[in-house]
Design a protein. Structure first.
Length: 155
C-alpha cells in the first residue's frame, strides 16, 4: 500500500471509477501521492484509514449516468461511488462531490471524451511526475480543490 510522508493538510482528489485514482497535493500544489484506485472495498477502506490524519479536504468526482453505459456498469460505478462517500464520512474526512464539467471547465480542460486532454494538462502542470491516464483526473480534481477551495460552484 502506498504511504504518504508525514505531511498534514493534504488536498485529496478522487476519480471514483474502478480504473480511477486517488491523488494528494500539498497546499502549494506539489504532488505528494498519486496512485491507482486500490482494488476492492477493504483495500480502499484501509487506504483511507492509513491516510485520514493527513487529509485536510477531499473532492470526489460526482457520479453521472452515461447513456452509452450498461446498467451493470452503472450499478458497479454507483456502488463504488457510494462506498467512497461512506468511507470519507466514516473517517470524518471533509469532502465535496463535484460534477466533471465543473472542475474541467474551471481548469480549462474539457475533454469532449478525449482522455488525452486531461493527461496532457496534468503532465504540463506536474512535469516531474509521470502522469498516466489512470491518475490524471485525480490530480486535476485535487488541483481544482486546492485552487478553488471556499468558492461556490454549482455541484
Amino acid at each position: 500500500m502506498a504511504r504518504t510522508p508525514a505531511v498534514k493538510n493534504l488536498i485529496c482528489g478522487i476519480d471514483p471509477g474502478k480504473s480511477g485514482a486517488i491523488s494528494f497535493l500539498d497546499e502549494k500544489g506539489k504532488v505528494v501521492l498519486a496512485t491507482k484506485m486500490p482494488d476492492g472495498e477493504k483495500a480502499i477502506a484501509a487506504f483511507f484509514r492509513l491516510h485520514r490524519a493527513s487529509i485536510d479536504y477531499a473532492v470526489i468526482e460526482k457520479l453521472q449516468p452515461f447513456l452509452l453505459t450498461s446498467k451493470v456498469s452503472m450499478f458497479k460505478l454507483g456502488t463504488n461511488y457510494g462506498m467512497l462517500l461512506g468511507i470519507l464520512a466514516a473517517y470524518g474526512i471533509r469532502y465535496a462531490a463535484i460534477r466533471p464539467v465543473v472542475w474541467m471547465t474551471a481548469l480549462s480542460c474539457r475533454t469532449g471524451g478525449d482522455k488525452n486532454v486531461t493527461k496532457t494538462k496534468a503532465q504540463a502542470r506536474w512535469k516531474k511526475t509521470k502522469v498516466t491516464h489512470a491518475i490524471a483526473d485525480s490530480l486535476l480534481i485535487a488541483e481544482f480543490a486546492r485552487k478553488f477551495r471556499g468558492k461556490t460552484f454549482e455541484v
